[in-house]
Design a protein around this ligand. Structure first.
Ligand code: NAP
Length: 283
């Protein structure tokens, strides 16, 4: 698991979560147009696991496709933040029950700005909690002794219970200082077709579900795999089998071996700027 980052290291993992047939087709024009990962409970379970406390990104059309049965998507409630890319206005698009954690953004930069605000809000809350603890500590230190002898009343902290409380508060302050923002700096892209195209060059990992069926849609997942840049980190057949005992799908996790050459400045500000022109491949 990634450790949440501080403002000094604002880099995000970018992972694509996708389902396709073995030729890379991402749609089945004979069925409803729901995302392919939305059609299988085992894949949705995996999605809910992967999305937990991450940042989710999807295109406007994919968000709208999910709305017909949004209640089954735990990730729509459990994910820390969900961003929907659109040029439309958020108040026209985002369902009322999602407004606390689903946000419409009209450019990818919106994610970074939002993250900054979130960190600032988190820091402010941390400061407030510590100030409140310090105030209680100081009040107890100043408190006149009520249970001790007359001499004790000259030394307010002579009561062991008071001392214990002040020490306990010191430990609480220590643990508040250690608290991290409860969101992983990982953006999980859920599609659709246009978003995978836009994000593939920036992806650091891909969770792909290869469904053992043939789909009829035109659109294919972008070609990306080569052994120089990518490795397979995990491969697993579905628990669910067809009538012949074959798995319905195989999930494969691909990981980029090094940081992507291409990066969006607001996702990888710690990396050097992009070269202006890449050398064309030699003929
Ligand atoms: N196989 C899979 O894993 C999978 C997963 C998800 C979806 N799908 C399939 O993908 C299809 C939907 O894909 P799609 O490409 O048509 O739609 P989409 O990617 O879900 O949404 C496209 C919309 O997102 C907004 N958008 C995209 N990039 C943007 C940017 N840089 N800035 C601002 N807005 C941006 C625009 O919204 P506005 O028009 O509102 O401005 C655009 O029209 C469906 O058939 C679905 O079933 C498949």
């Amino acid at each position: 698991m990634n450790e949440p980052v501080s403002k000094k290291d604002p880099s995000f993992e970018i992972t694509l979560f996708t389902a396709m047939d073995q030729t890379g087709r991402m749609r089945n024009s004979q069925e409803s147009d729901r995302p392919l990962w939305d059609n299988n409970p085992e894949i949705i379970k995996e999605l809910n696991r992967i999305a937990f406390r991450k940042i989710i990104l999807m295109g406007r059309k994919t968000y709208e496709l999910l709305l017909h049965d949004a209640t089954k998507h735990v990730f729509l409630n459990d994910a820390a933040i969900i961003f929907v890319l659109t040029k439309k206005r958020g108040d026209e698009l985002i369902k009322k029950e999602h407004t606390s954690h689903v946000y419409a953004i009209n450019a990818l930069e919106g994610i970074r700005n939002f993250w900054w605000l979130l960190e600032e809000a988190f820091e402010e809350k941390r400061r407030q909690k510590i100030t409140a603890c310090r105030k209680v500590q100081n009040d107890w230190r100043k408190k006149p002794e009520t249970t001790g002898t007359k001499e004790n009343s000259e030394s307010p902290m002579s009561n062991p219970k008071d001392k214990e409380l002040v020490e306990q508060l010191e430990k609480t302050i220590d643990s508040i200082e250690q608290e991290k923002i409860p969101i992983q700096p990982e953006i999980v892209v859920l599609g659709g077709v246009s978003l995978y195209q836009e994000m593939i060059d920036y992806a650091t990992a891909i969770y792909a579900f290869l469904i053992h069926a043939e789909f009829t849609g035109e659109e294919k997942f972008p070609l990306f795999f080569n052994e120089q840049d990518w490795e397979i980190k995990g491969e697993m057949d579905s628990k669910e089998k067809d009538s012949n005992g074959y798995p319905l799908f195989t999930s494969i996790t691909y990981r980029r071996k090094a940081q992507p050459e291409k990066h969006l400045p607001f996702f990888r500000p710690d990396l050097p700027p992009l070269p202006v022109e890449k050398e064309k491949s030699k003929k």
